[in-house]
Each structure stands twice: as C-alpha cells, then as structure tokens.
Design a protein around this ligand. Sequence first.
Ligand SMILES: Nc1ncnc2c1ncn2[C@@H]1O[C@H](COP(=O)(O)OP(=O)(O)O)[C@@H](O)[C@H]1O
Ligand SMILES: Cc1cn([C@H]2C[C@H](O)[C@@H](COP(=O)(O)O)O2)c(=O)[nH]c1=O
Ligand SMILES: [Zn+2]
Length: 192
Amino acid sequence: MFIEPNITGERRGWIEVICGSMFSGKTEELIRRLKRARIANLKVEIFKPTADTRYDDVKIVSHNTNSVHSTPIDNSQKLLLLAQNVDVVGIDEAQFFDSEIANVCDELAFRGVRVIVAGLDMDFQGNPFGQMPFLLAKADYITKLHAICVQCGNIANYSYRKIPNEDQVMLGEKDVYEPRCRHCYKMDGAVQ
Ligand SMILES: Nc1ncnc2c1ncn2[C@@H]1O[C@H](COP(=O)(O)OP(=O)(O)O)[C@@H](O)[C@H]1O
Ligand SMILES: Cc1cn([C@H]2C[C@H](O)[C@@H](COP(=O)(O)O)O2)c(=O)[nH]c1=O
Ligand SMILES: [Zn+2]
C-alpha cells in the first residue's frame, strides 16, 4: 500500500502515477489517497477528461460505485489555472489527455503540488496508451495495480476487448472489456 511521504516544513511537490489494467483498482486507490489528503486538511482538487462520460459527467466513479466530485476539463493546460492555491491535484483517466499532460503535471509538481494521476498504461492491444509512458517517466512514485483474470483467476495485466473494434478509444465497462492475465490474453488471438 502506498504510504504518503512524511514531509514537514517547506512544501514540496511530486508526481504519483497509479497505473494498471481496467478493474485493477486505479480509481479506488486514487479516491483513497485523495480522501486521506482531505483528512489531513489539505486543499484537494480533482479532474478528469471531458471525454470520460462513462458513469457520470462530473463525478469520478469506480467500478464498485465509490465516487468523488471532479471537474471535467478538455485541455490539460486548464489544470495550471484551475489548480492554483491547491495542495493536492487528482487526475483520473489520464490516458485520454492531450500531449501536454506530462509537462503540466511536472510544472504543478515544481510549484509544490502533490499530483496523483491514475490511468491505463496499456490499451486493448497491449500498446502504451496516450501520454502514460511520459507520465510514468516523470513520476516520482509509481504504483502498478492488477485485476483478477476473469478466465483463470490469476492476476491480470491486460484489458481484453470483447468486441471487434480497432479504435484505440472506445469507452465501456464489462460489456466491452474483461481483465485477463498474459496467458489468457494471448489465447484468444489478442497477440499475433
Ligand atoms: N476481475 C476483476 N478483478 C478485480 N476487481 C474487479 C474485477 N471485476 C470487478 N472488479 C471490481 O472493480 C473494482 C475496482 O474498480 P476501479 O477502482 O474502478 O478500477 P479501475 O479504475 O482500475 O478500472 C474492484 O474493487 C472490484 O470491486
Ligand atoms: C483498454 C481500453 C480502454 N478504453 C476505455 C474503456 C474505459 O472507458 C476506460 C478505462 O477505464 P478504467 O477506469 O481503467 O476502467 O478506457 C479505451 O478507450 N481503449 C482501450 O484500449
Ligand atoms: Zn488468465
């Protein structure tokens, strides 16, 4: 479990990235860390991309219906304006943000903000998703989570798409995706 660094005195910023497959618990872990920051009386702001309308237009919602209020934004630069005088910034579904998201998070961290980012490291084809590789490169702390493979019960690293659609972006839940381990992901031809 991630334990917050114990920093006293001068405010210091950093970037935490929470990654993994769908259903691995990224949103739950993001919510857990943000709630703890609020318990510590820190000023917290939470953002998600406007593209993510799956469960709710405004809230961040985990697959087990845990939720927190967030601000949807269509451009990562808006974080620099909206996150002024904030101690902690939470960002969900980071894979959907534009090419500046990693630089924006870096700038926030240099300003002294604790930035907690959650996102899919791989798309359904097992390729790096969006700007996640850049966020992972700039992160001070990385947590990689795993779901349970619905086929065999081992730990799952992949998000298997059950529907024949080649677009990288396709919003969905259990109707479209299932978490699978490497072996079960390969079994159904997801790897050539
Ligand atoms: N196959 C699975 N493996 C693990 N968790 C699952 C699975 N199917 C459903 N869940 C539920 O999903 C929750 C995690 O949801 P969430 O935090 O939204 O994940 P993520 O953001 O990584 O997609 C788990 O606590 C569990 O209740
Ligand atoms: C693998 C994969 C996923 N997506 C979409 C599906 C969901 O709407 C989100 C992931 O949400 P979660 O919080 O991680 O469960 O991303 C996609 O568009 N393309 C993909 O390849
Ligand atoms: Zn499996």
